[in-house]
Design a protein around this ligand. Structure first.
Ligand code: COA
Length: 253
């Protein structure tokens, strides 16, 4: 049973869950309620073994997420804004989500929206998508991981340019015509959803280590995670299926 959410839509298609931020009249800007519900829905999906892959997108045909809700910035003091950010945030919920999560970027992907996409594992965008960190135009800077994740993804030079000028650059794994965005994203999600959830989880953890540890530490922990795969029934099934020339059926055990 799903909880009900006011600003989030949740749809399940096989092993793939599609989470849609649903405030199209505000270009899916993230207010406090949307952030809290977004984190709650990811906690729900994390605990649901039938969900293998999550997709995050925005409602309507204009925006993925147009950033933080700027109206909420108006009267906020430095200290209360800091509290908002240090709370268990949507960014943190995405960052610690143990299953693969794909940003399906259907339009404006700005500020906190760009940071949401950056926190996801894979970004698929339609030709209508545009990316930017326009915080500098409001006299502020990115605060949801933009200076850190963007820099790791595209390098310091490009990150400086995007954050300091607001210029739009490509950050995506795929760009497809708008009418093929869902098909392309579902295709990637379904192909991932067929794999062992255990191997996915450990591989994801290992990949993320690359930008969070030094090479020696990363290589050592990769070996540990690799070895851990050998304790799963899915590994036995994968090897057996290969030798029997059939498709494996992974159970997540
Ligand atoms: N916060 C709060 N409200 C927002 C918003 C945001 N980040 N982005 C859009 N909205 C609201 C607008 O205020 C407007 O509300 P209204 O209808 O009550 O006046 C509504 O969403 C539609 O926006 P509008 O600007 O008319 O749509 P558009 O399609 O012409 O342009 C954007 C869309 C995203 C380019 C433009 O709204 C924009 O620049 N938004 C701010 C982006 C930003 O700076 N994000 C970083 C925040 S830190």
């Amino acid at each position: 049973m799903s909880q009900s959410y006011e600003s989030i839509l949740l749809e399940r298609r096989g092993g793939v869950a599609i989470v849609t931020i649903n405030r199209p009249e505000k270009r899916n800007a993230l207010n406090i309620q949307t952030r809290a519900e977004g984190a709650a829905v990811l906690d729900e999906l994390r605990a649901d073994d039938s969900v293998r892959v999550a997709i995050l997108t925005g409602a309507g045909d204009k925006a993925f997420i147009a950033g933080a809700d700027i109206a909420e910035f108006a009267d906020r003091s430095a200290l209360s804004q800091r509290e908002v950010m240090l709370d268990r945030s949507l960014f943190n919920a995405i960052d610690t989500f143990p299953k693969p999560i794909i940003a399906m970027v259907n339009g404006y992907c700005l500020g906190g929206g760009c940071e949401v996409a950056l926190a996801c594992d894979i970004r698929v965008a339609s030709e209508k998508a545009s990316f930017g960190q326009p915080e500098i135009n409001l006299g502020i800077m990115p605060g949801g991981g933009g200076t850190q994740r963007l820099t790791r993804l595209v390098g310091e030079g490009k990150s400086m340019e995007l954050i300091l000028t607001g210029e739009i650059i490509g950050l995506v794994n795929h760009v497809v015509p708008a009418d093929q965005l869902e098909t392309k994203t579902m295709d990637i999600a379904n192909r991932i959803a067929e794999k062992s959830p255990i191997a996915l989880r450990l591989a994801k953890e290992a990949i993320r280590l690359a930008s969070r540890s030094n090479l020696d530490e990363g290589l050592r922990r990769e070996v540990d995670l690799f070895a851990l795969c050998f304790s799963s029934e899915d590994k036995d099934e994968g090897v057996k299926a290969f030798l029997e020339k059939r498709k494996p059926e992974f159970k997540g055990k």
